[in-house]
Design a protein around this ligand. Structure first.
Ligand code: UT7
Length: 333
């Protein structure tokens, strides 16, 4: 019997219509367009409509990914969602809510909780399910409505994040030239207080106590840890697969900060043409940023079947990861 590989069969995304520009933020906190662009590379981000939760964004991205894979909802046998701004506090999972809205009943659905790295954690899990024969078509979705968890008086965080969703169908193939080659995921829980959202069991919601479920981040510490972890991580995943950075067609990093992306790209010696950037238009969309960036590439007609992608992400946990994958779907138009 030939070996079963996992393959990214399709990509889809959704970005809400409402825009929040740097100029808008200048009116809300003590900041400037110049500071935000220089320190982060962000110009604007999208904000979910009042009646849209993370699952609603995820469903729109998921439907597009399933359609582009030429599959029906009934062909999906596992759904994994990645989010740091899900519809509910821990239960039900956002994956279950997405599954329900899609009409995918009676299949397993769970969240890969690894904050901004969640999409890579979901990808690694989908790959394992498919290679072990436990699933045939896995829908993975990164969906964020992080504006709901934003303290719009905290200038160090609120200028960074935006809402959006991206999804992919990971399916089985016997074609190694369309396969997800490798994934590498890691965490360091001793560093949790660099990036978190309060209100869980450690600091429970109690009557009379103000509930402030906001994203809190020690930006500068997180920045340094991200550059260090990602630079060695991407070098390691390339080395253990005997690949050189020059063989990467598209480097698709989590879009947290342009300076982090540039530092990692420079360590690898990547050219500008290899690096996919969406941060200017969407900001940091958490677990959705990588699939949204893949989708941008796909819709601009630059992603072809067999193209070698290097993905990397870093975020709360702390958790990080990278993946090497050949695109397994047909080229976008
Ligand atoms: O997706 C999850 C992973 N996230 C990340 O990896 C994000 C990592 N961190 C970052 O992207 C950057 O650290 C930030 C963009 C958040 C901040 O950039 P920085 O170069 O690390 O700045 P800093 O925190 O060291 O702050 C420098 C100065 C401070 O003022 P003083 O103390 O020097 O007077 C801040 O108060 O910039 C000030 N500052 C701002 N000024 C204008 C912080 N935020 C703002 C702001 N507008 N929005």
């Amino acid at each position: 019997m030939s070996k079963i590989y996992a393959s990214m069969l399709s990509i889809g995304a959704y970005s809400p219509e409402r825009r929040l520009t740097n100029v808008d933020l200048e009116k809300m906190v003590d900041t400037s367009d110049e500071w935000i662009v220089k320190r982060t590379g962000i110009k604007e981000r999208r904000i979910a409509a009042d009646d849209q939760a993370a699952s609603d964004l995820g469903v729109l991205a998921a439907r597009q990914a399933i359609e582009r894979a030429n599959l029906a909802i009934g062909d999906i046998d596992l759904i994994i969602a990645a989010t740091l701004s899900g519809d509910f506090l821990f239960m039900p999972s956002t994956a279950a809510v997405i599954a329900g809205k899609l009409g995918a009943i009676n299949i397993p659905a769970f969240d890969a909780l690894a904050a901004c790295s969640g999409f890579i954690y979901a990808l690694a899990t989908a790959k394992a399910y498919i290679e072990s024969g436990m699933a045939s078509n896995v829908l993975i979705a990164g969906a964020e409505a992080s504006s709901r968890f934003m303290d719009y008086s905290d200038r160090s965080v609120c200028v960074l994040f935006g809402d959006g969703a991206g999804a992919a169908v990971i399916g089985a193939t016997d074609d190694p030239s369309a396969a997800i080659i490798d994934t590498k995921i890691a965490s360091d829980g001793t560093q949790w207080d660099n990036l978190y959202i309060d209100g869980g069991g450690k600091n429970p919601i109690r009557e009379g106590k103000p509930y402030r479920p906001f994203i809190r981040m020690k930006g500068n510490e997180t920045f340094k840890l991200a550059v260090r972890a990602l630079s060695s991580d991407v070098a390691e995943i390339l080395a253990r697969n005997n690949l050189k950075a020059s063989q990467i067609k598209h480097f698709i990093p989590h879009q947290a900060n342009l300076r982090i992306i540039k530092a990692v790209s420079e360590t690898l010696g990547l050219s500008e043409e290899q690096v996919v950037l969406t941060i200017e238009r969407y900001g940091n969309t958490g677990a959705a940023s990588i699939p949204m960036a893949i989708n941008d590439l796909y819709e601009s007609g630059k992603l072809n079947k067999g193209d070698l992608m290097l993905l990397d992400a870093f975020g709360g946990g702390l958790a990080w990861g990278s993946a090497l994958a050949r695109f397994g779907g047909d080229a976008g138009r």
